[in-house]
Write a protein that binds this ligand. Sequence first.
Ligand code: RFL
Ligand code: PHB
Length: 389
Amino acid sequence: MRTQIAIIGSGPAGLLLGQLLHLEGIESVILERRSRKHVLSRIRAGVLEQGTVDLLCGAGVGERLRDQGQVHDGFEIAFCGLRKRIDLRGCTGSGVTIYGQTEVTGDLMDARDAAGGALIDEVSDVRIGALQTRQPFVEYTRAGDTQRIQCDFIAGCDGYHGVSRSAIPRDVLREYEREYPFGWLGVLAETPPVGNELIYVHHERGFALCSMRSSSLSRYYIQCASDEVVKRWSDERFWDELRARLPPATARSLVTGPSIEKSIAPLRSFVAEPMQHGRLFLAGDAAHIVPPTGAKGLNLAVSDIYYLSRALLAHYRDADDARLQAYSEDCLRRVWKAERFSWWMTSLLHRFPQAGAFGERIQQAELDYLFSSRAASVSLAENYIGLPF
Ligand code: RFL
Ligand code: PHB
């Protein structure tokens, strides 16, 4: 098989790249390890930056997003029994859009099918090679058959546990990592959300987040131990713990119901540099992970794809490779700022087992400062709505 771009992974990064290339008449093949059904049922992110919304709309997949996405002009932070609001629009002129990653993936899959683009799912033993030549290749096995795709470039969009990153030699790749001593236990429930906007909760029992997907679908998270197991959390135990972390009036108005999804995600910060090697380009979680507190992971995957699609277009249309050469540098400038912000939001809002009384006082002082200084809230707001591409 031969194509222009071989894309590994059909998460938001891989699918969006496929769609943007298709609009420019550049051909691609997408390889996915899991089944299509599995990819379409994963519950993940919920907050889209305006830059992400604009790019998705420009890519022709904005119809449902414009119709069903909820624009939020602010969010709240609860601490010491109080709820205080960050006025995103008042601080920056922009808001964010609540629209599930599951929906984004569904819209992009539909567009892929409508375009007749190749998406081969349930592949295994993906192997990439000849990266330093003009004819790199990807090999994979499907239903016992091994195939080789010859291509011009490879996009490694296969997430944190993918194979692409490991194709960069050890002496070239540098990895930066921080693990946090806790995870998030998340629940999705068909109940009306407890607030009109998201509520991030700092509490001595641990962090909590009240989010949503629509006016009848809520998404809640609570900080849990890193070695926690989902089986130990009945719905009742989850709701009791969440209620205990909310300000009293908010806890009383919480509507509970049976969970339709419950899972635990570890929290991690991670960056791999460089994001390119020969004709391989990494994008999204394959190259970097942020803890979800800043709502940046999906948005970063989208901004990488913005840089990569632009660079590939310049290669094919103008025979100009300057942007391909600068790809890693261009992405990493924005990636590190989102890493900083996500680390900071995580440090501000979680309970750190080792922090001690001093650490807790510092968190309280920082929260107090945040709501008494316009400069501090503007700084938070401009990072939350997303720095420019
Ligand atoms: P994905 O979505 O992980 O997709 C990678 C795809 O590659 C496939 N794959 C392979 N395919 C072929 N061969 C192989 N060897 C392969 N290995 C893996 C996988 O099956 C998968 O389909 O990465 P991508 O596209 O880079 O997208 C990144 C986002 O998914 C991720 O950053 C966000 O979900 C992070 N995130 C959030 N981001 C936000 O911007 N806003 C949020 O509000 C937000 N909330 C969250 C989140 C992530 C969470 N979890 C579960 C970690 C909340 C949570 C709880
Ligand atoms: C979500 O709705 O899943 C969500 C929202 C905000 C975050 C993280 C996750 O910071």
